[in-house]
Design a protein around this ligand. Structure first.
Ligand code: FAD
Length: 532
């Protein structure tokens, strides 16, 4: 039942004044006791003063406002008049325990108003100590905090809801403050952190983004953030990473009157390792098919070149015979019956040569682009996996962590590296080779990229080290291929202003060093411009 609230200007309750007389009489302040009374009377918080049995002696008008009880209703009654059965009894026991120790008790209780409705009371009860040091009264101050609690609860509920939605997300989510500290994360993030043996995933993502050239300052300042950057973790796991910055009002007391906005980075990463593996597998299959075709065309080219080379020899001899015959017979040469036969043989030989030359497949034109030799070597190893496994060859692959690009023709460089690795595998295939190891290393040296390919095969004898670069020379005699592998390697290396040499100090096996100039930044820029 709602009641009319007595305004603070109403005449003070006499019962209350009588009950308080003693307390006010001991007041040692130079201020008049009545002033203290009026201050309490007009205070905007609900105040009650009780005796030691919690029997109410005085309540101020704000008490009436909060509880609905008039002073006349409650003076002489126990404070328990406000109590509600839903407040746990242990709370009262603790309350009285605190008071009995002469201390102030603070807490929240469920109270009942005059009309029976419940509210949450934020209550402070302080013992009032008399002149002799003994507790004479209790002072209760309370506020209705029902609304505040509801709001706090709503915020907590929303937070819990957001957290559970964020937790249920299969993507990795982290919120970072201005110092780069993770202030919120989800289940997937915590799982990833566990898998990364305690490394902070957010730190790894941000470092990686900088390495792939994402300008985080610009992304932040422009407000655009960054979207779907594909990053690798130790080359074995892949993530697609996005980030957005947003601002929130600083809730610290320092900035209550001078609002400041604090910035947070919301980092979202999706693991795409499976997708990348599938894509990589498809790429390798396509590469395998392409390489097989290229190898076929190359071997056709080698065979035709060898045929032309071999045909050229007898033709030269016939030409020499014709010349000799002409010289010997002088003016009667035209009557020599051998001459037309030889000429005919020469002509059909030249025709055959022309036919062979015309059948030579053309070398396709390839654009010059920045090439990462680590990636090409990885491709070639991937292409050779089957052979490596089948022959029990152990691969020691030591790529430089960061390898600057070289400017070159990707396909021919890849073909050249494949040729070198195929040579190494061929060399280790013999039954007498017990240790089968392929060591590949890449390093960035001053202004060159250095590749070393070493095998544990029989090696190349010293006197043949230069000859192996001659066309059609093969250490395998006539049983081997056309002997164009290393000359081709040398040709491609020269086209790229590089160097190839066989290490004379390497034993056992064969060790080939390749060096290519690192692409100058200006050259890379102009290639980029051409592509754009
Ligand atoms: P009670 O029988 O009153 O007591 C519960 C427990 O407190 C028991 O364990 C009992 O042993 C102990 N106890 C009770 N009285 C005393 C005492 N005088 N000395 C030592 N131990 C004691 N309660 C509310 O619910 N709402 C209020 O807004 C509220 N305001 C208060 C303001 C003041 C100034 C004081 C002194 C107390 C206030 N109380 C208030 C507490 C109130 O007095 C009751 O203890 C409480 O309401 C429980 O009442 P009850 O009848 O259910 O149990």
């Amino acid at each position: 039942m709602p009641r009319q609230h007595t305004p603070p200007t109403a005449p003070p309750n006499h019962l209350a004044i009588e009950g308080l007389e003693q307390a006010l009489s001991v007041c040692s302040s130079p201020l008049p006791a009545l002033l203290f009374f009026k201050a309490v009377e007009q205070a905007p918080v609900a105040i009650s003063i009780t005796d030691l049995e919690a029997r109410i002696l005085y309540v101020n008008p704000a008490f009436t406002q909060v509880t609905g009880y008039e002073a006349a209703d409650v003076v002489g009654q126990r404070q328990a008049i406000l109590s509600d059965a839903s407040t746990p009894r242990e709370l009262y026991t603790a309350l009285w325990q605190t008071l009995s120790e002469g201390k102030t008790w603070c807490g929240t209780l469920i109270n009942r108003r005059f009309d029976g409705s419940r509210y949450l009371a934020d209550l402070n009860i302080a013992p009032v100590v008399g002149a002799a040091g003994q507790i004479t009264h209790y002072l209760g101050i309370q506020r209705d905090v029902t609304q505040m609690h509801q709001l706090a609860q709503q915020v907590a509920n929303q937070k819990a809801l957001i957290e559970s939605v964020v937790d249920a997300e299969p993507v990795v989510i982290a919120l970072l403050d201005e110092q780069g500290q993770v202030v919120l994360n989800n289940q997937a993030y915590r799982k990833l952190a566990e898998e990364l043996a305690g490394e902070e995933p957010a730190r790894i993502f941000l470092d990686n983004l900088s390495q792939v050239g994402v300008d985080l300052h610009h992304a932040r300042a422009s407000g655009a953030g960054f979207v779907d950057y594909e990053l690798s973790y130790q080359g074995s796991r892949w993530f697609s990473c996005s980030g957005t910055w947003f601002k929130e009002r600083d809730s610290s007391a320092d900035h209550f009157f001078a609002p400041r906005r604090v910035e947070y980075l919301l980092l979202v990463a999706k693991e795409i390792t499976t997708l990348r593996r599938q894509q990589e597998e498809m790429r390798m299959n396509a590469l395998r098919a392409l390489t097989a075709e290229e190898e076929l065309v190359q071997s056709l080219r080698e065979t035709l070149a060898a045929a032309i080379y071999q045909l050229q020899g007898p033709l030269n001899i016939i030409q020499a015979a014709v010349n000799m015959l002409k010289r010997r017979s002088g003016n009667h040469a035209s009557t020599d019956p051998l001459l037309p036969v030889l000429k005919e043989a020469l002509d059909s030989g030249h025709q055959a040569l022309e036919t062979l030359r015309a059948s030579m497949p053309e070398e396709p034109e390839e654009a010059v682009t920045p090439v990462n030799l680590n990636a090409l070597l990885r491709d070639v190893l991937g292409l050779s996996t089957h052979r490596l496994l089948a022959n029990g060859i152990v691969v020691d692959w030591q790529p430089a962590a960061v390898l600057p690009p070289v400017l070159g023709r990707e396909k021919s460089l890849r073909g050249m590296l494949k040729q070198l690795i195929d040579n190494a595998l061929d060399a280790m295939q013999g039954s007498g080779i017990k240790t089968r190891e392929l060591h590949i290393l890449t390093r960035a040296e001053e202004d060159t990229v250095h590749i070393r390919v070493r095998d544990t095969g029989p090696g190349i004898p010293e006197h043949l080290r230069l000859r192996v670069f001659e066309p059609f020379f093969s250490t395998k005699g006539h049983s081997g291929r056309a002997g164009m592998g290393l000359p081709l390697v040398q040709e491609i290396v020269s086209q790229h202003a590089g160097m190839v040499e066989i290490d004379p100090t390497c034993t056992p096996g064969c060790c080939v060093h390749l060096r290519f100039p690192i692409a100058a930044k200006s050259a890379l820029r102009s290639v980029d411009d051409e592509v754009a």
